[in-house]
Design a protein around this ligand. Sequence first.
Ligand code: HEM
Length: 393
Amino acid sequence: MFQQLPLFILLATTLAPSLAFPSYAQGFEAREGPKAREGPKAREGPKAKEEFEARAAKIVLPTPQAYTGPKKIPDEHHPYRAPGPGDRRGPCPALNTLANHGYLPRNGIASLAELISANTEAFNLGYNFSSGVSALAILGRGNPFLDKVSIGGEHWMVPPLKERIDGVPGGLSKHGRFEGDISMTRQDAAFGDPAVFQPAMYENMLTYVDKFGDGDIVTDTVLAEYRQDIYTTSLANNPTLVWHAGRTGFSYGEAGFILNSFRNSRTGHLTRQEMTTFFTEERFPENWYRRESPLEFADVQRAVAAIRGPVYPAFAGAKNEEGVYVRDSLDNNPYFGTVCAVYYDLLVPNIAGVLLETKGQLRENVDVYLEEMFNLFRPFECPRMEPEGVAGL
Ligand code: HEM
């Protein structure tokens, strides 16, 4: 998807000078206390859960960081600590790392503002990119009334919406809407839990570093060859493969993230050992420096173009009931062939239309998320879109 994008993007908002995030400087424990990790009973008594659910969240977007250059991560306020019992971790190695260092709440439950702040601060992800992707995460797998999503599986802090109008949110570990097929280190949902890191898949990925890397440096070709291999494998073996335009975009975008956001800006490249630290320990490598500038759509586009060239043909689509892979076309996506196809696929058939029938704070929040997603695609002249998907999936 990203390779069709024009090379200009979204710089204005991310470069706006303003205050950094003072509260993030101290990490979450300092702000919320260790009790933030515990369940409702441990915290406040039996009524805590009901009270929590009654607490609507008004979203306040964070101020963009003032300094957007390289810096050493983590700082002294964000030491690594392995997740404790009850803390949630899921399919995204970056979000897991952020939670293990307290850039995100260590329990793995985060709001839109927390996701934006953590990703922009620690990975120097562009503001619009962070907010658009995080908005999708909460709309699809979180609770928009409470403005919370679990980066892993279900959690009491992210209960279903009232009257379960969209079923159980399930967190980012739940298959569909965000988590999808043909991941690099997680199996397809048809074969088991799609959120858990698979050492054997990662070992296989490392053989591509051996074959196509520049010594122990991870290159475009490593990811291009590896992604092509897992695409053909899933195509051959997964009878229920779903890989529409939105998921295709994310698949390549995530490979681009490895090259561009796990890269150590101090050395200018990503080594095999650094990549292994992110994937297997879910912590920042020693002497690791974040990117020299915020990662924007155009950067992802460039990375994807390198990984998904004409030598590596892969087509968005899904298997039908007969197990035949039907490629995306204008029949299922009116924006097929443009960047807006990704926006359409991520939002219109994917997110529950019932969210538009809500009122009050919930509806206000839904509008914030929709606006953030639109902002991400606005530079490509996509029309503003709204969800029409089925609830409860
Ligand atoms: C803005 C917030 C983010 C959200 C909500 C998010 C969410 C997710 C989710 C749900 C997945 C699973 C998708 C799948 O099925 O493969 C995923 C995968 C991934 N994410 Fe993130 N992510 C975010 C930011 C980042 C950042 C900043 C990086 C890199 C620094 C990153 C790197 C990755 C990688 C490499 C994968 C692929 C793992 C694999 O294929 O095995 N993510 N992310």
